[in-house]
Design a protein around this ligand. Sequence first.
Ligand SMILES: Cc1cc2nc3c(=O)[nH]c(=O)nc-3n(C[C@H](O)[C@H](O)[C@H](O)COP(=O)(O)OP(=O)(O)OC[C@H]3O[C@@H](n4cnc5c(N)ncnc54)[C@H](O)[C@@H]3O)c2cc1C
Length: 440
Amino acid sequence: MLAGHNGADPVGSVARRTHHIPDWSTECIRLSATISAVDFALAPEDQAFGDELRAWLDSHLPAFLEKEAIDDDAQLSGERSQKRRQAWQRLLNEGKWAAIHWPKEYNGRAATAMQRVIYSEVMAEYRTPGMFNANGIWQIGPMIIAWGTDDQKRRWLPSILEARDHWCQGFSEPNAGNDLANLRTTAILDGDHYVVNGQKIWISTAHLAKWGLFLLRTDPTAIERGAKHEGITAFIIDLETEGIIRRPIRDMAGEEMFNEVFFTDAHIPVDCRLGGEGEGWMVAMGTLGHERVGIAGQVSILSADLRAMIEAARTLNPDALRDPLMADRLAKAWTEIELARLLSLRALSRVIKGEKPWPEVQFAKLQWSYLAQSLAELAVDLLGTSGVLARGGPDTVDRGKWTRLYSFQRYSTIGGGSTEVQKNIIADRAIKLPGQARLS
Ligand SMILES: Cc1cc2nc3c(=O)[nH]c(=O)nc-3n(C[C@H](O)[C@H](O)[C@H](O)COP(=O)(O)OP(=O)(O)OC[C@H]3O[C@@H](n4cnc5c(N)ncnc54)[C@H](O)[C@@H]3O)c2cc1C
């Protein structure tokens, strides 16, 4: 049995009674032995960064959680939840902990890639509330900093950072998801504004957002010319503009989190264009790049979730923890999370060396998405009847979190690059399989 990375056995004595060591375990132990020679010690400035964050959370988080306590299940959704996220982001910003990777002049800390991972791990460890503008902070803000004019930076960065307005990201269309460059919503220049027509889909929280970063086609001939990556332009759009309709889509978890967004002759001022005409693809790739480095933080959340579900099972369904098959699944989950963490660290190490972080990023994404789904299934099995109770009932566990995750985590093999497409990339570039063997 491998020990937890804090030295603790996450399952307790139960797993030690597991007799059968499957093949994957042997492979993991072999890999762990290989990486035991790696020095995981933090540089003094990174250690200090993590210590400062922990000290800040110790002195601010308990009071915040007490003041903004979630008293009933209904409060978890809707306006109340948004207000709580807004308050938390504002408090973080007061401590310069909201946008750590932004430059210091914008209340950031110019955090390195290593510090971003430490930040994600510490936030997961403390199980902090979500931020109001996570998308804006991690993806859109850095793009405005990189591509925006001084006027645009002055106008929009405070709106994101200080949680004044909510922001969303509008890329996908009915026929442009994985094949994003196939997007066809047009923006045609007409004097001092662009006229926008078309449809976006799956836009998270667009119904709550005032602003969004959108990719639109300013050169409609590009697709016919066989140059679909050209003629795409990025815009910051005020979603309250006339001619824009947002329609929430109900997902299988019962939530209305993402939306269709329809444009009919919507007029978008020229000064809302981010970067030049035709530079949208470069703007988008920068944004998605930020999304992908975020996997390390997601792995930390899985690790915290695993500990939490075991803790819940100790009181709610202790018999499950005495079941050798369940113990085997828990040990496997822990080992695989640790592997995903090491893969993310390997990708990070490449980033720090200035190398391209692939195929590790693709592998980490695949591993994370598989784990996110299997862990949610494990939670529901582990907690027995309590695990399947949805939000709202008197006996619901953790406000229905595990049941919700069971449905919601289906997204993990779609969002941020779907499994099949990631596998194609790995087959092509890492394994160099012949074309006919690929999924296509
Ligand atoms: C929870 C969630 C939140 C989202 N939020 C946003 C958001 O805020 N903004 C936004 O713009 N978008 C958002 N999206 C959309 C997301 O980016 C797309 O769902 C994603 O890009 C996949 O596109 P698609 O749904 O059109 O699927 P498609 O690209 O049509 O894929 C459908 C299926 O075909 C497979 N497939 C596609 N191409 C290939 C190929 N070449 N080879 C083999 N298989 C292939 C895929 O793997 C998949 O299984 C969100 C999605 C989810 C699930």
